[in-house]
Design a protein around this ligand. Sequence first.
Ligand SMILES: [Zn+2]
Length: 295
Amino acid sequence: MTFQEGGNFDAGRVRRRGPGKGGVAVGGGIGGIAVVALILILNATGNPELANVVNQVAGGGGGGQQAESTLPACTAAEANSDRECRLEGTIESLDTYWAATVPTAFSQPGVLSFQKAVDTGCGSASSASGPFYCPPDKTIYLDVSFYDDLESQLGADDGPLAEEYVTAHEYGHHIQALTGVMDKADRQGTGADSDSVRTELQADCYAGLWVGAATETIDPDTGKPFLEPITQEQLQNALGAAAAVGDDHIQKQSGGGVNPDAFTHGTSAQRERWFTTGYEKGTLDACDTFAADTL
Ligand SMILES: [Zn+2]
């Protein structure tokens, strides 16, 4: 998927923070922590995405100063060639899509592109946690070097739509926070049928919704769609990314057997299926994973 010629994405929508000095700072109370990440790292076990962040909060020490700036404005050509510019363009398209889709609940999430480690409203996190959304500060945190890991460690082909899928998944968690899904779900539990898995699969479905609508989502600045029509190859690329972050795939990659009791995000097949459901059906109702008998 590529951005339409003529697109120009505003400076300031995405913040950027450089690497900290002197380690990561201690974050807020663990009791209130609620982090939803896309991915678990390879050496993690149990409920790793949460465990990682919690461990870092508990074990963190020292204070680091991180210089913060905002991304400059990006052209469509830059959004097609540069990861941070692609993030900025993708976020603007997501802003426009979701503002029209959930108009009464909508507000924009914060977006922070960081390197290596970051302090958040959910405590401190490192790039190893993968991209994540922090409900208390309503911000998406993403280190774009994650896409290299997606390719090198998890075997997904990197590509524009694979990256956009990741961003759109995290944005899906923001929508869940706005609409109350996040509050209702019991996200401490694990297992194939858990609320955690249903929450994650719904975010995949929301990503599919946006991709399905992206070529009809008009950039108010240009009057043209943000994105050119997507190709089958790009769609496969996004599905490959969804499959790469399936619990069963990650468990196998980390050298263990498949343990459904530890699932937090759903299997590769489920993640592909729910992304496709959103993409093909195009309605919020189609993404009600909490009502689904079969995930
Ligand atoms: Zn997620």
